[in-house]
Design a protein around this ligand. Sequence first.
Ligand code: HEC
Ligand code: HEC
Length: 219
Amino acid sequence: MKRITALGLLCAAALATAGPPDLRRAGRIEGDAAAGAAKVAVCVACHGPEGNSVVPAFPALAGQRAAYLYQSLAGFQRRADPASPMTAQVKDLSDADLRNIAAYFASRPRTPAAPATAAGSGEGARLFREGDSARGIPPCQGCHGAVAGGHPLAGTAPRYDYYPALAAQHSDYLIARLGHYRDGRIADTSNAQIMRGVAHNLDDAAIRALAEWLAATPR
Ligand code: HEC
Ligand code: HEC
């Protein structure tokens, strides 16, 4: 009886401290891209050849950071949200499958999501580089890199590989995703919490300007 109680207390303590996955302490993600390639026939139906999607609601995956892709897939498994089309896709995949698939898409070249515009111009470029301190918007480049290819410190410590590249992504997808961070709909990792704080101060016009500039920024 005593043992059961002790065990119960231990479980309660574990749950109380569980919280969202802390990606600051996450490790390196390695996978076998060739093994991953054998698993993606179903994925490319929506995400496009080699992960270069043609439908703007489906995010492009080609050239994305492997660690970011891996934790994103693990998140779809963990949340098992019946409203997400991704839930059924990841349900039967093993952890090794997720690593291999992430390695595969990370290794593919990204093709542009929109015709390249005059880089460096417009409100989206300004917000990305400088933010807007009067509105509490931080510069995006501090975490996503000067040309939105990922964290400037990626490769120096595993945690920075969990910051996604944003350039050449579909604007429709970026708009939806930033809206989800702002609404608090995606908040179940330490990294999602960071973006929740960032998106909190973005209005619809700022989101649109950023998304359109990012889509037209080549990788
Ligand atoms: C029926 C269409 C469909 C299929 C098939 C599909 N996906 Fe997705 N995927 C989506 C949609 C829509 C989203 C964005 C919606 C969301 O976040 O819930 C998404 C999001 C993702 C993301 C998140 C990208 C990011 O930038 O955060 C990853 C990674 C992903 N899918 C990988 C896969 C893999 C791997 C497979 C195959 C095992 C797959 N998808 C199959 C539609 C699909
Ligand atoms: C303090 C660091 C930080 C800053 C500043 C920041 N981000 Fe992020 N961003 C992140 C992290 C970490 C993630 C990964 C979140 C996750 O795993 O869900 C992310 C994810 C994203 C995603 C999701 C990408 C995908 O493929 O689904 C978008 C879009 C995004 N950020 C846009 C922006 C924009 C636009 C700005 C500037 C207004 C910005 N971020 C500023 C850290 C930051």
